[in-house]
Design a binder for this molecule. Structure first.
Ligand SMILES: [Zn+2]
Ligand SMILES: [Zn+2]
Length: 327
């Protein structure tokens, strides 16, 4: 199975945190956090449509101006998701400049502020000098904060002294059509294939009727004849969070069974006291989270510069608790 998401760290592990995720088939491009973006190309940044900010510390948000500078005269709609306070923070950043010469630019920025029970929305339009235009507040009764045909994003609010969001990207069920199945049944490909794919992905009853070449069949029979089905991938992103029972209780259901767990490991065991005080994870705790959540691959990032000379120790200490792949 080829992995459909290209995941690129914004910086080496001792640099500002964050990842760019690009979906190979749809081209959909997302950012987890907005640390220093200068190592990405302008072409990569211009593809970004959705940004998920864990929290408002400067190492997670300083890339906003760089993103804005590159996208300003583009006809784009950026969607930024973040914790309580993110609307004010983005609004203040936009207020830091004059906008008298940009009334013909079409850039739109919608900020989605994720609360425990609701998602508040505010749009900033360049043509309106980025004045805040509050949108509708949506009630939230599940972990899901965004659903698209390619992926959904779930979030959990953790304690880092301030609210800090962890995210999990989940693909829907993956349905591949087998051409040999089509020719065996003498079925001609057409729009009905998409109906079959959508019906399977949305778990429609197996006796759902779908018309193929003028004849009606049960979904189950069609699936048995032509479909290969596998669960969608899960990519989790966890950063800047204390290893407390409360955080773990909220985090583990979110990251359970992740194909890739992108997880901060700010400190080594020698500085475990610093991790506790600053509500960060150690490499060992990242390994424990990967083990407890039964992740397949643990990818570490956000190392503290105090351990610059000990980079191998991060992987060794995480590996004492997790036997899967670590990078
Ligand atoms: Zn932080
Ligand atoms: Zn940080």
């Amino acid at each position: 199975m080829t992995f459909p998401w290209r995941i690129e760290a914004l910086n080496p592990p001792f640099g500002d945190p964050g990842f760019l995720l690009q979906h190979s088939y749809s081209g959909k491009t997302l950012l987890f956090d907005l640390g220093d973006l200068h190592k990405l190309s302008a072409k990569q940044i211009l593809k970004v449509s959705h940004i998920f900010i864990s929290h408002g510390h400067i190492d997670h948000l300083i890339g906003f101006d760089h993103l804005l500078r590159l996208t300003l005269n583009r006809s784009k709609h950026l969607n930024i998701f973040g914790p309580p306070g993110i609307i004010t923070m983005v609004g203040h950043k936009l207020k830091g400049y004059h906008w008298n010469l940009t009334a013909h630019y079409e850039l739109l920025i919608t900020v989605h502020e994720v609360h425990e029970k609701s998602v508040e929305q505010c749009t900033f339009a360049c043509r309106h000098k980025f004045h805040p235009e509050p949108g509708i507040s949506k009630a939230r009764n599940s972990a899901t904060i965004l659903e698209t045909p390619t992926f959904a994003i779930n979030a959990a609010t953790l304690d880092h002294g301030i609210d800090c969001l962890a995210f999990a990207l989940k693909e829907p069920l993956q349905v591949k059509i087998r051409p040999e199945g089509l020719s065996r049944r003498n079925w001609v490909p057409g729009p009905w294939l998409n109906k079959v794919r959508l019906a399977l992905q949305s778990n429609r009853p197996t006796d759902t009727i779908i018309e193929v070449d003028g004849h009606n069949y049960h979904l189950q029979e069609i699936a048995d004849s032509i479909a290969l089905i596998r669960p969608g991938l899960k990519i989790a992103y966890v950063t800047d969070t204390g290893f407390t029972p409360e955080n773990c209780q909220k985090l583990l259901p979110l990251i359970e069974g992740a194909d890739i767990l992108l997880c901060e490991a700010a400190f080594l065991e020698s500085a475990a006291d610093k991790a506790e005080i600053s509500k960060h994870l150690t490499a060992a705790q990242a390994g424990k989270l990967a083990c407890l959540s039964r992740a397949r691959h643990l990818r570490l990032f956000h190392f503290s510069p105090r351990h610059t000379e000990e980079i191998e120790e991060f992987y060794r200490q995480a590996g004492e608790h997790f036997s899967g792949r670590i990078s």
